[in-house]
Design a binder for this molecule. Structure first.
Ligand SMILES: C[S@@+](CC[C@H](N)C(=O)[O-])C[C@H]1O[C@@H](n2cnc3c(N)ncnc32)[C@H](O)[C@@H]1O
Length: 343
């Protein structure tokens, strides 16, 4: 059982199914020569995982593990699959309470909307703007925007993962009486008409992260965004990706009529967020892994538990992991981008 490659984005896995999957993975330890997860910094080579499998596992696990306690004892369900950043001082007072467990994810979503042009557009429409998010995960950010940022907006949250969409439909959409809709789709083939969105939001969506090389998926992703944006509509995009990946993306966007208007570098604030989030991440990982009985099996149980723990820490860009170090060296930079489809 290869957890990093075998699961399907078309399925949500129940807790009994996850127990069986994790047990098969632990048992497979008996036949392994080595692990695809580096024991020192949690790094996993691109060739050793698929995002379809990894996010399928994560979103099913977030749901099945349910409510846990932050390091401060505050209950929360892990729904923001977001590194996020500490609120930049230059943007004014921070919008989220300092003890809110998922504050860095909430900052990332609020930050996408902080640009004057977005605020002006919303003010002109009395907040009645239509947003589409490409790569919404569980819809936690969509819920945050619909509740706290633009409480009169309409929002279509799209992700390829059934388990993420299920969480959005069950936990978040019912709070908004039809204003928030969750759709399962590949964002490169969006099942919606042309020119429907005032704003397209992209928050740490797992695209454009292959360095200087733009993949076919990346190009289709931006073409999709352009197609669904109204002329003059805005694309807001935040992520930590290889620093060398930004300019090829900006060049491609320009070539299809999406003009980059503003770029904010929040890498320092993203590193600070990872530092300040470390205790919560550790508390989450331990509580989540405690739920899986296979990790109590002798010999392979503890070894595979450690492997799972290191891999999860790396996904979270925890201090000491390769992905964290990549931000410190600025091999990866976190930028928040405002772009506009030409009228
Ligand atoms: C790091 S997660 C971020 C999720 C969410 N934006 C958040 O901040 O919690 C990346 C997400 O992008 C989604 N994704 C990546 N490529 C996609 C694609 N081509 N179509 C739809 N979703 C995609 C993944 O399924 C995953 O949920």
């Amino acid at each position: 059982m290869d957890l990093l490659k075998s699961l399907s984005e078309e399925r949500a896995y129940s807790m009994p199914e996850l127990q069986a999957i994790v047990t098969a993975w632990v048992a497979s330890g008996a036949f392994e020569n080595g692990s695809s997860v580096s024991a020192t910094d949690g790094h996993v080579d691109e060739a050793d995982y698929t995002k379809q499998s990894v996010y399928s596992l994560l979103y099913s696990m977030f749901r099945s593990v349910g409510e846990v306690k932050s390091e401060l004892g505050i209950p929360f369900q892990f729904t923001f699959n977001t590194w996020g950043y500490a609120w930049p001082e230059r943007w004014g007072p921070g919008p989220i309470a300092a003890d809110e467990p998922q504050r860095f994810g909430k900052n990332a979503y609020t930050g996408l909307m902080h640009f004057d042009a977005i605020q002006k557009l919303a003010a002109e429409r009395d907040g009645r703007i239509h947003l589409v998010e490409m790569g919404c995960g569980t819809g936690a950010g969509a819920n945050h925007i619909c509740t706290h940022v633009f409480p009169k907006c309409t929002y279509e949250a799209v992700d390829m993962q059934q388990a993420g969409v299920d969480t959005c439909r069950a936990q978040f959409a019912p709070r908004h009486r039809g204003r928030l809709v969750a759709t399962r789709a590949d964002a490169t083939q969006l099942p919606m008409g042309d020119e429907v969105a005032d704003v397209v939001a992209v928050c740490e969506t797992h695209v454009t992260d292959q360095g200087e090389v733009m993949t076919e998926e990346d190009r289709k992703f931006f073409r999709s965004a352009r197609r669904i944006l109204k002329p003059g509509g805005f694309l807001v995009w935040g992520n930590a990706i290889p620093d060398i990946a930004w300019q090829p993306c900006f060049d491609f966007m320009a070539s299809i009529g999406i003009e980059v208007l503003e770029v904010e570098d929040v890498t320092e604030e993203a590193i600070l967020a990872r530092d300040q989030d470390q205790a919560r991440i550790e508390a989450y990982i331990q509580q989540a892994l405690d739920k899986f009985i296979a990790f109590r099996l002798p010999h392979f149980g503890p070894r595979k538990r450690e492997e799972a723990s290191v891999a999860m820490r790396n996904l979270c860009r925890d201090p000491g992991t390769r992905l964290y170090d990549d931000m410190v060296t600025r091999a990866d930079t976190y930028k928040v981008v405002l772009a506009q489809r030409k009228a």
